[in-house]
Design a protein around this ligand. Structure first.
Ligand code: ZN
Length: 461
């Protein structure tokens, strides 16, 4: 059954489904008389063809973005021996949220977090290269994790059981900690504004500092007084400097810290709602469990170090859900599943053959240049209906029109979606590459790479 929804009634899953990003769990699998969700399980999103392009593009941007800012890049397994999570303590305090299983009489865990793997890598490097290993040590991964959230709280992409964190861990000496926190914050703002085009200002962003309650340190909050005092001091100093530099305000929530350390959460207004996105957290628990304090003391002789977890977007899936819902399915050009729709507008006369030829050639050239394009033939009478359908479903950032008028001038018309509306511009046929280069410019500046992943997606329109 086809259900037609107005844009105002759609939620993020409607957009994700229309744009071929996600397989809708409630949709029936053709021929099987069962829904996709039955086969996938609760809270496990299956990304479709468009979703694959989108994810791969985000990955390329984020990996390059981080590598250029001094992070090492990791790619760690989904499954490990449960011993790793026994060591980290997760089997003690996080067991009810973990997928655990037995094979050949040994316990295994599906990772709910990436930290233990990153610390294992850090220990390996420190053991091998000793004092040559530079600190702060920063390691980044787009880490796919699985958490057994209560089935009643699972909701589309906003709260899934399988998701991907833009996760990094930083091991830093105390003397660099304030700078590290400020750098992470700068990275966040750059990513939000340059890659995702979000408005970043004192009116749209605020910070929340979650601190301990001093007289509960040692009980509810693990670690010692000095550790908490210093770490909270770093966060507050960084927050004050951020306030001075950007005018971004912060609030303090005393007693709201995690048991393992204080943190800064970044709250951002997107559309009409405020969302929690980035986070910067200290961890005194893992530092002890993985013997990091002892080892650093042994190798470097007495410097104090801190382990920091940080994520800029939080989870790719959740961020995508927020974005789709807030901007009604309008995605930035570089990550949009379908980037170009090329329409050949036939007039019903002798010019049709040439129009078809030129439009098809443009479509093929765009694919050769590394873009995702769809080609469709239409006529002057049916074009507005075709465009309406394309706009209500796949929403390509650029629609290209080639008609009689255009080929007479050796040009094509590009209708580019930007800032909430479409702007039309004429381009020379020989300048096909100039158009996408304009649209990619900002991402190229911050990540140094343009994720050009080509595809012929004509079947989508
Ligand atoms: Zn972590």
């Amino acid at each position: 059954m086809l259900v037609f929804k107005l844009d105002q009634e759609k939620d993020h899953m409607d957009y994700a489904y229309d744009m071929d990003i996600i397989v809708r769990p409630e949709a029936e699998v053709p021929g099987l008389n069962r829904e996709f969700g039955y086969y996938m399980g609760i809270g496990i999103p299956l990304f479709s063809i468009g979703g694959g392009y989108l994810r791969s593009s985000i990955y390329q941007i984020l990996v390059n973005f981080h590598a250029r800012r001094g992070y090492y890049i990791a790619e760690t397994p989904i499954i490990s021996s449960s011993s790793l999570f026994e060591l980290s303590g997760h089997l003690g305090f996080y067991k009810q949220n973990m997928y655990l299983f037995q094979v050949e009489n040994r316990g295994y865990a599906i990772k709910p977090m990436n930290c233990p793997f990153h610390l294992m890598i850090f220990l390996n490097e420190l053991g091998k290269y000793r004092g040559r290993l530079p600190l702060p040590f920063k390691i980044f991964e787009l880490g796919r994790v699985h958490r057994l959230e209560p089935s009643g709280s699972v909701y589309g992409l906003l709260r899934a059981r399988s998701f991907t964190q833009d996760d990094a861990h930083i091991i830093t000496p105390g003397e660099n900690a304030v700078d590290v926190v400020k750098e992470v914050f700068d990275e966040m703002l750059t990513l939000y504004s340059k890659v995702f085009g979000l408005e970043v200002s004192s009116g749209s962003v605020r910070l929340r500092l979650s601190f301990s309650e001093r007289d509960k340190i040692g009980e509810e909050f693990m670690g010692d007084n000095k550790e908490w005092e210093r770490a909270e001091g770093f966060l507050e100093r960084a927050a004050n400097e951020i306030k001075e530099k950007y005018g971004i305000a912060y609030t303090k929530a005393v007693g709201e810290a995690a048991f393992y350390g204080p943190k800064i959460d970044v709250l951002m207004k997107i559309g009409e709602k405020e969302w929690q996105l980035g986070t910067i957290q200290f961890d005194f628990n893992l530092a002890r469990k993985f013997k990091i304090y002892d080892l650093i003391r042994e190798v470097f002789g007495g410097i104090d170090v801190y382990i920091i977890h940080r994520a800029l977007l939080g989870s790719i899936e959740r961020f995508l859900g927020v974005y789709l819902e807030s901007f009604r399915g309008r995605l930035p050009f570089t990550i949009a599943p379908l980037q170009f729709a090329v329409l050949a507008i036939k007039a019903g006369d002798e010019s049709d053959k040439k129009v078809e030829e030129v439009a098809k050639h443009l479509h093929e050239e765009l694919i050769n240049l590394g873009f995702r394009s769809a080609y469709r033939e239409t006529s002057r009478t049916s074009i507005s209906g075709d465009v309406r359908l394309i706009e209500s479903r796949v929403k390509p950032p650029v629609i290209i029109y080639v008609g009689k008028r255009e080929i007479e001038k050796g040009k094509f018309t590009a209708s580019i979606y930007k800032g909430g509306r479409r702007v039309q511009k004429l381009y020379d046929l020989k300048d096909v590459e100039a158009l996408p280069e304009e649209l990619e410019k900002e991402i190229l500046e911050v990540s140094g790479a343009m994720p050009r992943i080509p595809g012929d997606l004509s079947y989508l329109i």
